[in-house]
Design a protein around this ligand. Structure first.
Ligand code: 3HC
Length: 292
């Protein structure tokens, strides 16, 4: 099994910065890449704040925190990822954009490098087809917030090799995660079950069965979930929920996966959840509109 010394993370959003944090805390050198320098500044701040929360709870020493932060390097140049043993991509959920990135990564990454996607539902087999190393392409599906959530869902594409799987499984365990393994079918395991539940919560609201507060309180107290489904949808991003529902609907061809019209309407209106200050709920001051 190949030893992982350097990881490249692409995408400085919530997921990418959380993944970079897991790697530096595990003692791995990280290149965090984003084309937007503001995203890199925000990612560095949020990693620092999150690590400090672990220090103040006594779960990480100040010294280890400093060491971890020294392992983080930010860049906007793809060429800097040449030294990475594993590159984890956490960019926007668009198959075309991801495929074009995978073609570029295939060109610049060293021959032995593994290319992993944090996609929430796009086919790993199709992403792999944009490269000449399909046996080294795999899904590493993290959950938000990555430093806190205990699970990592590994997705094997049609051609993913056992060696790639074993290297990535060992890496996930260094991150302190419990691993589950899914074959490459729409929504994998968790989102195949979670997103229809969230979609059904939207139908429950849309058809006037109950208020948003009662739907969320019902699921929180009635099933012991930490967040109600509508609150969770705002946390994940309504655009992400809608895109997963569309992948399930198209990929599985069953009308039970049709996205709720209310979910579609909120996304059309730019009500994308917490990241936009408004989704099902409203969250204080609205930030300036920008792309998801
Ligand atoms: N970094 C460090 N610590 C953090 C943190 C972060 N980013 N976020 C939360 N924490 C810590 C807090 O310090 C706190 O620690 P303590 O209990 O020891 O004091 C603890 O986590 C709880 O945080 P808060 O008190 O701020 O808030 P909550 O109690 O409401 O917990 C939550 C927040 C952990 C997000 C919890 O509400 C939760 O688990 N929600 C469900 C999250 C979930 O389901 N995520 C998966 C979404 S699906 C997905 O991501 C897949 C994708 O493909 C769509």
């Amino acid at each position: 099994m190949a030893e992982v010394k350097t990881v490249g993370v692409i995408g400085g959003g919530q997921m990418g910065s959380g993944i970079a944090q897991l790697a530096i805390v595990a003692g791995i050198d990280v290149w965090l890449l984003d084309s937007d320098s503001n995203a890199l500044t925000n990612a560095t701040k949020s990693i620092g704040n999150s690590i400090q929360r672990f220090v103040s709870k006594g779960q990480l020493s100040q010294e280890k925190a400093k060491d971890a932060l020294r392992r983080l390097r930010c860049t906007s140049s793809l060429e800097d990822l040449q030294s990475a043993d594993v590159i984890i991509e956490a960019i926007v959920e668009s198959e075309d954009i991801k495929k074009s990135l995978y073609t570029d990564l295939d060109r610049i990454a060293k021959g032995s490098a593994i290319l992993a996607s944090n996609t929430s539902s796009i086919s790993i087999t199709r992403l792999a087809s944009a490269t000449s190393r399909s046996s080294q392409v795999i899904g590493m599906h993290f959950f938000n917030p990555p430093p806190i959530m205990k699970l990592l869902e590994i997705v094997r594409g049609g051609d993913t090799s056992d060696a790639t799987f074993m290297t990535v499984k060992a890496l996930a365990e260094r991150f302190g995660k419990t691993v589950i393994c899914s074959q490459d079918y729409p929504g994998f395991i968790v989102n195949r079950i979670l997103m229809p539940m969230i979609n059904e919560a939207f139908f429950t609201l849309y058809t006037g069965v109950a208020t948003k507060e009662d739907i969320d309180t019902g699921m929180k107290l009635g099933t012991n979930h930490p967040m109600g489904p509508l609150e969770l949808a705002d946390f994940i991003g309504l655009d992400v929920c809608l895109s997963v529902m569309r992948v399930l609907h198209v990929g599985l061809g069953d009308s039970k996966y049709r996205p709720c019209p209310l979910l579609v309407q909120y996304v059309d209106a730019g009500r994308l959840g917490r990241k936009r200050g408004i989704g099902v709920y409203t969250y204080g001051k609205l930030p300036e509109a920008k792309s998801p």
